[in-house]
Design a protein around this ligand. Structure first.
Ligand code: ATP
Ligand code: MG
Length: 752
């Protein structure tokens, strides 16, 4: 590089320079993680502006997140001084399309001040339409329809484009009708949903030459980051806009395509070369982010995928440390271990901002939050709510708070009509009125109003049932272990069923979170002490100076990098996810593997992968086996460390004493929808016959207590270890544990 180079070119390698300097004509940069794709794109933007090839307002630049857009804007500003006053068309697909649509809204029957609906609004609207169309909403949930409409929109399909097969996926062929109704209704409300932003713009660009030409003229240059995750409608929109000048530069990595569940189509990479013949394809092969070991470990895993475009990656950097793989006893130990490691790194001078924990699924964050609160380690959750702030968790907590503390008015209000019980605003207003008039808590007011004719018969009936339920749960609180109580409340209130009815990935995630909540309760002595803990956690919101550890999903970490990365939960059924395993095909698994590749390549200097031998899922301890991705790490680039401290001996004892390793599964079988998942989790999946047998024995156990237990017997409990039975009372046992002292436990949790 000559010293006369402008600052934005300094340090770039040859192919990166080519990506910056090949300004005219179509350019496709295809390269692996950490090769400086985003860096090159940023320099390209600086180059276009500083050489006056285009004004900032004449460049369309699309990033995957708003945060990435902000960063790019700042970097360009630094590269060329503060000469850039705003880049109006730098943003995500959504934000750019929204801005355009406001200018031309009337062409699709909207006004420029249209509202953009959020998911909740969207669902409410769809529900109304479903009910009004005499479709059974229980059978055909709004969420399912929302998912379909989303997918259609992602593919750029308006109702008229749907063929029969597609319309058939909902309510026996009424999908198209409902989709059309929904679009009409949105227009009447002067509103649109996220998918519409691009879909409407497509309609406008296709139907109005003058608008198309306006933007084809305006955008002298078009650039797209994370191109592998664009969906069809985004692609069609880009293609229309770029057709005239053909100055389009897309950068991406087929190995990092991780949003196919949201409609992204990696085939867009192949389409690009077809649609823009003569495109210059640039490959970047030098990785600047990670040490050699980390890079080789990630490359080894992704090499197991078929159908890759294929690429070489190398680094001039040092080997660094091998990727660490830690096998631990259970989930809590995993959280403890990561907490310890972070604290010692912190003592060694590492900035907490340089450390991230990347999880496969949101529910995994809970364990870390609890641990970090306990040891006072500052953390932040990025791209998602903190565990205890999620809607389903707050709802569930409201039920528990109300059982624990009948006067909790906020909790009462939150759930009195969740799930829907036909208690509308009017009924609630009456309740409030009575509570104020008689100066009693809402729950008491609710009980009193039942003796009157203030409410409609229907509202009275459902409120009556709710009040009776509450009373019963309160009685049960004295009898059942609190996790069991929680499970029962969530089932009997219809709350679990509400999410089960919605067959979306999001609802499945919420169910996982609920199970995780119940799991978390087992670590506390009583319902009261658990709720106390939660209120402390919720209070711990303020940002702490001096940095904080980032906890986020791998999906949200795309494009980012950290010095030190922890990757917990690499177990079959967690990562790869159970859904990918159930799917059975290779494509879901390959997407998980790409996710593993994204995860490892976020690390600059240190990557630690963890897996636990035991995890409690839906309240059941299940043995887990390490993720297949652990097995795919090249041996020369990682080192394994197993520390089944303490627990290991118990675990081994359990096997060598001949205790049935399936016993936990069997006893868990009668305990709700989790059993099957628990049973097929990890190593059990290979023997369906064994699982069926387990179920049969569990069903026969019922609630009567077990016939195989006697006072004085030595038994093993999954949490408290070995102990001697002191008392048996139905299905509850008093046990003197050798280490934990006397505890009252459910017999389903012990093995003989
Ligand atoms: P991903 O696929 O994860 O999005 P990427 O290809 O976009 O990665 P960047 O994030 O642009 O890669 O770059 C990775 C790291 O390498 C960054 O820290 C960046 O500053 C650095 N980098 C990029 N190019 C160079 C270079 N020519 N010299 C030194 N460092 C570089
Ligand atoms: Mg990038």
């Amino acid at each position: 590089p000559a010293p006369a180079d402008p600052p934005y070119l300094r340090g770039l390698n040859d192919p990166q320079r080519q990506a910056v300097l090949t300004t005219d004509g179509p350019v496709l940069v295809l390269a692996g993680a950490g090769t400086g794709k985003t860096a090159a794109l940023t320099a390209r933007l600086a180059h276009l502006i500083s050489t006056r090839r285009a004004w900032p307002s004449e460049i369309l630049a699309v990033t995957f997140t708003n945060k990435a857009a902000r960063e790019m804007r700042e970097r360009v500003g630094r590269m060329i001084g503060d000469a850039v006053e705003g880049m109006p068309w730098l943003g995500t697909f959504h934000s750019v399309a929204a801005k355009m649509l406001r200018r031309h809204a009337e062409l699709v029957g909207l006004q420029s001040n249209f509202t953009i609906l959020d998911t909740d609004d969207q669902l409410r609207l769809l529900k109304q339409l479903i009910v009004a169309s005499d479709i059974d909403e229980k059978r055909w949930p709004a969420r399912q329809l929302a998912g379909l409409i989303d997918r259609w929109k992602n593919r750029g399909l308006v109702p008229d484009d749907l063929d029969l097969g597609e319309a058939e996926q909902y309510a026996n062929g009424r999908g198209r009708e409902l989709y059309a109704l929904y679009q009409t209704r949105l227009k009447a409300l002067n509103a649109c949903d996220f998918g519409d932003l691009l879909l409407h713009m497509l309609t406008i660009l296709k139907g109005h030459r003058e608008v198309l030409e306006l933007y084809q003229q305006r955008f002298k240059y078009i650039m797209v980051d994370e191109y592998q995750d664009t969906n069809s409608s985004q692609y069609l929109w880009l293609r229309l806009l770029a057709q005239q000048r053909r100055n389009i530069c897309c950068v991406g990595d087929d190995d990092q395509s991780i949003y196919s569940w949201r409609g992204a189509e990696v085939e867009n990479i192949l389409r690009f070369e077809r649609d823009f013949p003569g495109a210059v394809v640039i490959k970047l092969e030098q990785n600047y982010r990670s040490t050699a070991h980390i890079l080789a470990a990630a490359s080894g895993v992704i090499a197991k995928n078929g159908g890759r475009l294929g690429k070489t990656l190398w680094t001039a950097g040092d080997d660094g440390e091998k990727v660490r793989v830690l096998g631990l006893w259970d989930g809590p130990e995993e959280a403890r271990r990561i907490g310890d490691d972070i604290e010692s790194a912190q003592r060694g001078g590492t900035d907490l901002d340089d450390i991230a924990i990347l999880v496969r699924a949101q529910f995994q964050t809970r364990e870390f939050e609890d641990r970090f609160i306990a040891i006072g380690l500052p953390y932040r959750i990025v791209g998602g709510f903190r565990f205890y702030e999620r809607q389903e968790i707050r709802d569930a907590l409201a039920y528990l708070r109300l059982v624990n503390q009948p006067a909790d008015a906020l909790a009462f209000e939150r759930i009195v009509n969740t799930p829907k019980r036909g208690l509308g605003d009017k009924a609630l207003a009456k309740l409030h009125q009575l509570a104020r008039a008689e100066d009693v808590p809402l729950t008491i007011a609710a009980a009193r109003i039942l003796d009157t004719d203030e409410l409609t018969p229907q509202a009275r009936k459902s409120l009556g049932r709710f009040v009776a339920d509450l009373a019963r749960w309160r009685r049960l609180a004295g009898e059942l272990p609190h996790p069991d109580l929680a499970r029962q409340i969530l089932d009997e209130s219809g709350y679990t069923a509400m999410w089960q009815a919605e067959k979306s990935a999001e609802a499945a995630g919420r169910l996982e979170n609920l199970a995780e909540l119940v799991r978390a309760m087992e670590e506390y002595e009583s319902l009261g002490s658990f709720l106390e803990h939660v209120s402390l956690v919720m209070d711990n919101d303020q940002q702490v100076p001096g940095g904080s550890v980032t906890i986020m999903t791998i999906h949200a970490a795309k494009g980012l990098e950290f010095d030190t990365v922890f990757l917990p939960g690499w177990e079959e059924g967690v990562f790869p996810s159970q859904r990918a395993l159930d799917d059975g095909g290779t494509s879901a698994l390959e997407e998980e593997r790409r996710l593993a590749y994204v995860a490892i390549t976020r690390a600059r200097r240190s990557a630690t992968i963890l897996h636990a031998a035991n995890r409690r899922i839906y309240g059941q301890w299940t043995s887990s086996i390490p993720s297949r991705f652990v097995g795919e790490l090249p041996p020369e680039h990682h080192e394994e460390e197993t520390s089944l401290a303490g627990g290991e001996s118990l675990w081994r004892a359990n096997w060598t004493t001949g205790a049935d390793p399936f016993a936990d599964v069997a006893r868990g079988a009668g305990r709700g929808p989790g059993w099957q998942r628990a049973a097929t989790q990890g190593g059990f999946s290979t023997s369906p016959a064994r699982v069926l047998e387990a179920r049969a024995s569990a069903v026969s156990l019922g609630n009567k207590g077990r016939s195989d237990l006697v006072v004085g017997q030595r038994v093993f409990h999954t949490k408290f270890g070995y102990g001697t039975i002191a008392e048996i009372e139905g299905n509850k046992l008093e046990i003197d544990f050798e280490h934990a002292g006397r505890k009252r436990v459910m017999d389903s949790f012990v093995t003989v």
